[in-house]
Design a protein around this ligand. Structure first.
Ligand code: ADP
Length: 247
């Protein structure tokens, strides 16, 4: 969020946004499950101009051993942005932002994963952002939960996620990069729809209490639409397998 230059109009007089969307419209989303041969589970998500790959290993033995929990598996998450994922080359390796995002994504996923089934092991989730255009944490959560399902890790539900925000004084769904840069607020949310649970809720920027409530409601609606797309992507994977078996 930064000051908006005078000549940038994020919402025109007909109610259209800079990329042609209406206020409550999601960007185009494409999801694919089982895209990597050498991971236990994987998924690829294109969400607007975001391109994100998630890979899961585990449950597997933990090194170093002192990290082992006798009663459950531990969940580890690494969110990483490729140097070429943003306009100006990003210095490779972890930074403050990626460490924070890894932590909040771990928190968003953990309530869904039934870790008690695999004592002394780790489930490792790697999220690689290949192209970033705002909303990478919610797209990363969607990709990671598909990769966990693909790895056969037992879960209470898929975790779905989406953000809402404020541009030109209006609450809108799913901010893109320009909207994130020059908008007034961004509210990413993750949910477990079957459990009616919220596992991530953040706010960047300024909103009144009423606006915040409206943004959360809208983000949850968006996440429910994302959830349906996740289910379709999983179903497609198993249909593909069924077809191969039939041939
Ligand atoms: P999110 O991607 O979850 O919205 P942020 O709000 O921190 O997380 O980032 C918004 C967007 O800003 C990112 O999706 C990305 O497009 C851009 N961005 C983040 N970090 C950098 C960076 N180091 N260099 C350039 N752009 C960045």
């Amino acid at each position: 969020m930064m000051g908006k230059p005078e000549d940038i109009v994020l919402l025109d007089e007909n109610g259209y946004r800079i990329d042609g969307r209406k206020k409550y419209e999601l960007r185009k989303i494409h999801m694919e499950v089982g895209v990597l041969k050498n991971a236990d589970g994987s998924a690829y998500v294109e969400w607007g101009k975001n391109k994100i790959l998630a890979a899961v290993y585990g449950p597997r033995e933990i090194h170093p051993k002192h990290l082992q929990r006798p009663d459950r598996a531990i969940l580890r998450v690494r969110y990483n942005m490729a140097p070429f994922s943003v306009e100006e080359r990003k210095k490779p390796g972890p930074d403050r932002r990626s460490v924070e995002i890894s932590k909040v994504i771990r928190g968003a996923l953990e309530p869904a994963v039934i870790l008690q089934l695999f004592p002394r092991t780790a489930v490792d989730v790697f999220i690689e952002v290949l192209q970033a255009d705002a909303g990478t944490r919610v797209a990363g959560i969607a990709a990671a939960s598909l990769a966990l399902a693909d790895a056969g890790i037992p879960m209470k539900d898929l975790v779905a996620a989406c953000a809402a925000g404020k541009i030109e004084g209006e609450i809108v769904l799913d901010l893109n990069k320009e909207e994130d840069n020059y908008g007034e607020a961004d509210v990413p949310v993750a949910i477990m729809p079957l459990k009616n649970d919220i596992t991530l809720l953040q706010m960047d920027g300024y909103l009144s209490k009423e606006e915040f409530n409206e943004a959360v409601k809208l983000a949850i609606k968006g996440a429910k639409a994302v959830y349906q797309k996740q289910r379709e992507a999983l179903r497609d994977k198993y249909l593909r397998i069924a077809q191969e078996v039939g041939e």
